[in-house]
Design a protein around this ligand. Structure first.
Ligand code: BGC
Length: 406
């Protein structure tokens, strides 16, 4: 019997390091302060979500959504190997409770790019005992949180493989030397730089062990991983290149998800293959991230997965980066139309989470990218954008009456 909730999940997402602030014991914080750093600026206080989570969850409820995806920070929960922080576990238990008090389903991610410094010093995902250590942390955390709705083990496990060329291009020899000093390990120990063999080996094993560990603690909680998947198209005659990308970057992970309760699909844009390479469709409009502005990509991806794999899908991230909030409104409307059309064609989609609730720390690109439904002002005041209000009106209220939408 499916463990998934009966109602369609309408949500928005954040990740601990990008919003909480002061995540000083993580490998990411260490890398931000390396000199030179691959990060354009440090995360600092981020959005102060650590202290303002109640206010933020209240906004989720105010927008009419019934789910909130956030991540638990391993570096806070297990500051030293085998030493668990009751204070940090209690904090996240309160976040789960705050969601439940407002009838919001908490969707908890256990690894969203960052890890404790000590784990990086041991080699990160490539460390022989990474899967066991990660699963032990997941077990301890899952035991502490009563009321989790869904669990995502690892966020975008495939990203270091699919975006390897991009990440490698950002790191010079000087960056690598400084990272070695900051981490006590090569830059490869940071999740985004993990070599493909470690992702396909230890990474998938870590997901499997974590899934079993979470299920052992919380039999009722559906567990899956999330994947970064681009819509893939090709010039006529170049389909082989497109297909090779799909087989290398996505298929092994979707195959591995056959024993999961769902797959989290995270799509932002399209990658178009041409005779001379793959990238944004030439001449197409691009966002501030340099990605094609392509709201229909998410529907196309759901359709593609649904045509080949028999696993429920949840859109755990989809969003528009940019200052133009009117465009964000159009993006959301169009993306939802695409998802609806994929569902009409048989894709088993169980939820949609807009990335992100807040303008936040966009990793190596810092605070210059704006994905949020809510602007975070210099004094940390939250200013909801028009797109936040219109998101609710876009919900499938009329077109899918069989879906139980709050
Ligand atoms: C990640 C988020 C990130 C977003 C936009 C995804 O790769 O899960 O943390 O902010 O995309 O780049």
């Amino acid at each position: 019997m499916s463990r998934l909730p009966e109602q369609f999940l309408w949500g928005t997402a954040v990740a601990a390091h990008q919003v909480e602030g002061g995540n000083v014991n993580s490998d990411c914080w260490a890398l931000e302060h390396a000199s030179p750093s691959v990060f354009v600026e440090p995360s600092g206080a981020a959005c102060d979500h650590w202290n303002r989570y109640e206010e933020d969850i209240a906004l989720v409820a105010q927008f009419g959504l019934n789910a909130f995806r956030f991540s638990v920070e391993w570096a806070r929960v297990e500051p030293e190997p085998g030493v668990f922080s009751t204070a940090a576990l209690d904090h996240y238990a309160r976040v789960v409770d705050a969601c439940r008090e407002l009838s919001i389903v908490p969707v908890v991610t256990f690894h969203h790019f960052t890890q404790p410094r000590w784990m990086a010093a041991l080699g990160g995902f490539a460390a022989r005992d990474f899967p066991a250590r990660f699963a032990a942390y997941c077990a301890r955390a899952a035991r502490a949180f009563d009321g989790i709705g869904l669990a995502c083990t690892i966020n975008e496990l495939n990203l270091p493989v699919s975006a390897a060329a991009y990440f490698q291009s950002r790191a010079s020899d000087a960056h690598r030397a400084a990272a070695q000093v900051a981490l006590g390990a090569p830059l490869d120990a940071f999740f985004l730089f993990t070599p493909a063999d470690a992702i396909l080996g230890n990474g998938l094993e870590a997901h499997r062990l974590a899934r079993e560990a979470i299920r052992a603690e919380r039999v009722e909680v559906p567990v899956g991983m999330t994947l970064a998947i681009s819509e893939e198209t090709a010039d006529p005659g170049i389909e082989d290149r497109r297909d090779a990308r799909r087989e290398r970057f996505y298929a092994p992970f979707l195959d591995a998800a056959c024993n999961d309760d769902f797959v989290g699909v995270q799509t932002y844009a399209r990658t178009h293959s041409r005779a001379d390479g793959s990238g944004p469709l030439p001449g197409a409009p691009v966002t501030t991230m340099g990605w094609e502005d392509r709201p229909l990509a998410i529907g196309a991806v759901c359709q593609w997965i649904g045509s080949r794999w028999n696993v429920p899908l949840i859109v755990t991230e989809n969003g528009y980066p940019g200052f133009d909030d009117a465009r964000r409104e159009v993006f959301i409307t169009t993306a939802l139309a695409g998802v609806r059309s994929a569902m009409a064609d048989g894709a088993d989609v169980r939820g949609y989470f807009y990335w992100s609730l807040l303008d936040n720390f966009e990793w190596m690109l810092g605070y210059r990218q704006r994905f949020g439904l809510v602007e975070v002002q210099a004094d940390m005041r939250r200013a909801p954008k028009r797109s936040a209000r219109s998101y609710r009106s876009q919900l499938f209220l009329n077109s899918c009456p069989d879906l139980d939408v709050r």
